[in-house]
Design a protein around this ligand. Sequence first.
Ligand SMILES: O=P(O)(O)OC[C@H]1O[C@H](O)[C@H](O)[C@@H](O)[C@@H]1O
Length: 547
Amino acid sequence: MSDKIDDAFMALAADHAARKSQHVADLFAADPNRFADFSVRLDDLLLDFSKCSLTGDTLAILIELAQAAGVEEKRDAMFAGVHINVTEDRAVLHTALRDTSTTPLNVDGQDVRADVAQVLADMARFAEGIRSGKLAGWTGKPITDVVNIGIGGSDLGPAMATLALAPYHDGPRSHYVSNVDGAHLFDTISPLDPASTLFIVASKTFTTQETMSNAASARAWLVEALGEPAVGHHFAAVSTALDKVAAFGIAPDRVFGFWDWVGGRYSVWSAIGLPVMLAVGPANFRRFLDGGHAMDEHFRSAPLAQNLPVLLALVGVWHRDVCGYATRAVIPYDQHLSRLPAYFQQLDMESNGKRVTLEGKPVAYDTGPVMWGEPGTNGQHAFFQLIHQGTSPIPVEFLIAAHGHNEDKDPLLKRQHAMLIANCLAQSEALMRGRTEAEAKAQLLAAGRDEDTADRIAPHRVFPGSRPSVTLAYDKLDPFALGRIIALYEHRVFVEGAIWGINSFDQWGVELGKELASTLLPAVESGTAPDSLSGSSAGLLQHLTAK
Ligand SMILES: O=P(O)(O)OC[C@H]1O[C@H](O)[C@H](O)[C@@H](O)[C@@H]1O
């Protein structure tokens, strides 16, 4: 870490220490412009971070920190195709997947623009064929159900986006199978008709154990019902490893490629998005890409102090490294975003859950926090107790649309959307404002409780307040808005990783478990624990394989 970065962190720590007992409500009282000063817009997308404990001075130091960490230079290197993923020696160019410009973009001597456009055109042709019924199943029945078999980045992105875009879903029904637990595949396909089912085998590497075993089982199910020759009509594949796909026996015109410069958790914009395109159609998929591109342009051009991904990241760094908060919750007040927390968990935690710098040295500051969440209002009735009154503050990221999709259909549904907004605002307001013991007691007395009871109960009804949250508000969750939100979070992860000096684009931490699982499979099947196994694992293996 450079001296300038250390200096900035030291200045932030001093600022935090000096204002530790300051209540955010007092910051609002002191500054009538606080909302305007601590919120930023990109068209209808508004990021409000005024309910966090930052002041203008804090923000100025955070911007210096971003400059000292070289965020702008690193961003430009990413967009230019420099191999910033140094441990895998790869460029990081998911942004190229949503860019329609024709200016050449050379990656390792190859202009990727034409490749991207070609795969998108192939996907659209295939999607239109399936959606129109022209590309039918083996017996001539049109495809009514699409089952995506993939895991991690080959599952979470398209599954999240398909659900998010449910109001635009006019293609075949979508299903997602990921878990190696055969129950996932079995429960999904049992009710389906093989003659009208299409499987998409989605795997960047085409070696992932879960996906390969689910694909083999799905193939066997299909062959048993329709015979071997039917396979070609009921399978498609998405991968960077085209040689391995060919070995699986999927016809080349049903194979959609992508490239090693697209990370798995950044791949929903690539052919991995095929099931989304099948669900909502190529035009809506294009709008999703356009939304991502709009955020890319903003990220590249807006000054740091007005840059949404940069500000979201700086607030994240403030909470993680200066305030010391170990987790952050993402709570979409949008039922269509109910898979967003799971998607963000991979995006954020697989990217920034790192303990060494780009140079392989231990990091000097805490890196990625635990990210978790559930949709609102459900979370309110489950874990919000701890967020309001637990001993460790948890920064919350609220997402809310000004308009729902159904509100024009029925006044009751319009009212429900108003209730959704009211609940979302109420939560962030309550977290920030809190309730003092005197207020709690006065309320109890007003409700007719006697003095002794009020004294006894009041401490339990105190909310400390000053609990941080940001709110991301948008007009309506359409494909464009979704693309913008996803790209915003991608770039936020990038900026945080750049400040911490880590590689946000590898994932070596998932390897050891995978290696051990493949060596343990024969032991589980034979019931004999290898000598190298710890007493615990050997004991468990014996217990699980005893009969
Ligand atoms: O797409 P695949 O090659 O099958 O990989 C699926 C997933 O598995 C891996 O273990 C990685 O941790 C993920 O980043 C990846 O998205």
